[in-house]
Ligand binder design. Structure first.
Ligand SMILES: [Fe+2]
Ligand SMILES: [Fe+2]
Length: 234
């Protein structure tokens, strides 16, 4: 078993060879063996909905759920155990700051693989990073920002969320350019990465320092927890 930081040797629980009736049990047991801070990667040949619903029902607030690959043949999902009593409500700042840090670590791991000239591995890690960042942005724009705007009356295009939306477009353009460059030799990827890290750094700082605390203040505890539940389910 390894922590999130141990990207090169995560504990992989591959249940693709097991029958449908056995795979869910195997994943539930694997989660029970995790200590707080430990992570596992569940590898399945279908979306692991049973595991997700089991964790929601029995370990609410005690896990992070991060898709790394979403089909069509293989699903890989990183599940991290949190130090929390069952039923702990989540808030926006802590949950999304954790996801920012997770994504930063994955981007760094992708470029670490490039430095070791493992270009195929760099491409895989970058794809995991891009999947996670696109999911994060989608959640913010489709669910989180609209909830904040509804509570505060802030306009979606000119207020603080409008600035974040515009920055998301810049981030997505860099993600697209990097998708190809990440697994190719040459300096193009490093130049694009510098731009991405700079924009993402400012962006995340503004969200963590200003916007997320404002959202935590303006949205009720149950609604915030439900929003994070929908983020995890996405
Ligand atoms: Fe954002
Ligand atoms: Fe964010």
């Amino acid at each position: 078993m390894s922590s999130l930081a141990g990207l090169s040797s995560p504990w992989t629980v591959d249940v693709r060879g097991l029958s449908r009736s056995c795979h869910a049990e195997a994943l539930f047991e694997a989660f029970d063996k995790l200590r707080p801070g430990d992570a596992m990667i569940a590898v399945t040949d279908h979306a692991p909905r049973k595991l997700f619903h089991h964790l929601e029902a029995n370990h609410k607030g005690q896990f992070e759920w991060s898709p790394l690959e979403s089909g069509p043949a293989t699903w890989r999902t990183e599940v991290t155990r949190r130090e929390a009593v069952p039923g702990t409500l989540r808030s926006i700042h802590e949950a999304l700051e954790w996801d920012h840090d997770r994504l930063d670590a994955r981007l760094e791991a992708a470029f670490g693989a490039r430095e070791r000239e493992e270009l195929a591995r760099a491409g895989e890690l970058f794809a995991e990073f891009a999947l996670g960042l696109r999911r994060h942005i989608r959640f913010e724009e489709e669910l989180l920002f609209p909830a904040f705007e509804a509570h505060t009356g802030q306009p979606p295009h000119t207020g603080p969320t409008g600035v974040m939306r515009a920055e998301h477009r810049e981030i997505e353009a860099l993600l697209e350019a990097l998708a190809e460059a990440a697994s190719l030799p040459g300096q193009a990827a490093e130049v694009l990465r510098e731009d991405l890290v700079r924009i993402l750094g400012w962006h995340n700082q503004k969200e963590e320092g200003v916007l997320y605390p404002q959202i935590d203040e303006s949205v009720g505890d149950i609604e915030k927890d439900a929003l994070i539940g929908r983020f995890q389910a996405s």
